[in-house]
Ligand binder design. Sequence first.
Ligand code: TYD
Ligand code: MG
Length: 462
Amino acid sequence: MKGTKVVFICSECEYESPKWMGKCPHCGSWNTFVEDVVEKETASSLQRRTSISMDGDNTERTFSELEIPEYIRTATGLSELDRVLGGGLVCGSVVLLSGEPGIGKSTLLLQICDTLGINKKVLYVSGEESGGQIKLRAERLKIIGKNLYILTETNIENILSKADKIKPDVIIADSVQTMYSDKIASAPGSVTQVKECAMSFIAKAKKHNISVILVGHVNKEGGIAGPKVLEHMVDAVLCFEGDRRQTYRIIRANKNRFGSTNEIGVFEMTDTGLAEVTNPSEMLLADRPVDSSGNCAVCTMEGTRPMVAEIQALVTPTVFPAPRRTSNGIDYNRTCLILAVLEKRLGLKFSSNDVYLNVIGGMQLDEPAIDLAVALAMISSITDKVIPDTLVAIGELGLSGECRGISNIEQRVKEASRLGYTEALIPYRNAEKLQLDFKIKVIPVKNVFDLLRILSSFKGKD
Ligand code: TYD
Ligand code: MG
């Protein structure tokens, strides 16, 4: 096309190159260059750029003139989602919801339309499904659809002009990768198009105080397809995770300008849409094996919420020259560290065994407080001693084999007690301070020798 040129753009940092490269010379990422068609910069194309102001106007203010805004939040009807958003959808904010295809993004958004529609006008723009398909899904989800407008359109200029007529309070764009602007020559889904469309939505959101939810696809590596800069531009990035073949889904905030990024929301995909799982511990503990060595329960914190999860270890004699270590849901290096501590301090021969670790339910646990449970599960498997299923272990291990104090001990022990656990192994330092008013026996642990001693008091496999 006249006036355009083919370039290759790094999808991480937007570095532009006339030819394809394996490694980006600017940010150092590999395999991130994608082909794109851009306009040659002319005077008219430079003029077209619009400025966005997060305050609605571009006047300068002194620091003392700035006011603390009062964020108006709207409940989405799903309290799990509200918590991840920091207490509801903020008026005028732009949220990016990403996830693999088929995970349930469109389902989730259609579901929240119903509650948002009670007091607000919602415009649902779909670039992927027809009105009929959306209606069919809505029937399944039992959506009434008050104040809900559906638009199947992918041209951003048309979308925004329709939005000017409808004057919605919330716009949902499913998905930003399908939308395109006439002003840009490249294909929908390319780096420049995605960025331009997101920019237009952000400008609209900030100018008219509209909340915008953009759906973003993820690429093979799990990152959001399109430029990294998209994540910088929006106010919040929510990731919808989970195994498509399993029914459980977790929503996590990777970035949130209006709340904490520690919270997670747990959902279950049912045949009438996504249902909230307000008690994830029970979900994680269903089908626990009894009388089997290598299992240990742990209470971990997900944001402000304690959650009991189960760690499984399998230690078997190795047939390889170098023993295998596989760890699912737990940091691999942390696993190796704990193994080294146990081998050195307790003399357990892990070096002649393969070690497989797994967290049930596909959870990812990444806090040091799980160390004690990981260690116990591994010792239990190598010695074939069964850990009672009424026991939960919480604590961090140091390199000398000492058990170190952790945070939020009261909340964790309380949650374990609520779920029916009767014994809790906790760090010695925490045990001294713990005020107990619940039915759980606290066993203080000073070091790994204590672990071995406690384990030897349990029964063997036979
Ligand atoms: P969808 O929400 O379209 O996923 P995305 O927009 O993230 O690509 O679909 C999620 C999947 O969930 C789909 O394969 C069918 C299934 N599903 C249910 O199990 N129950 C339901 O009520 C609905 C609407 C979908
Ligand atoms: Mg979809």
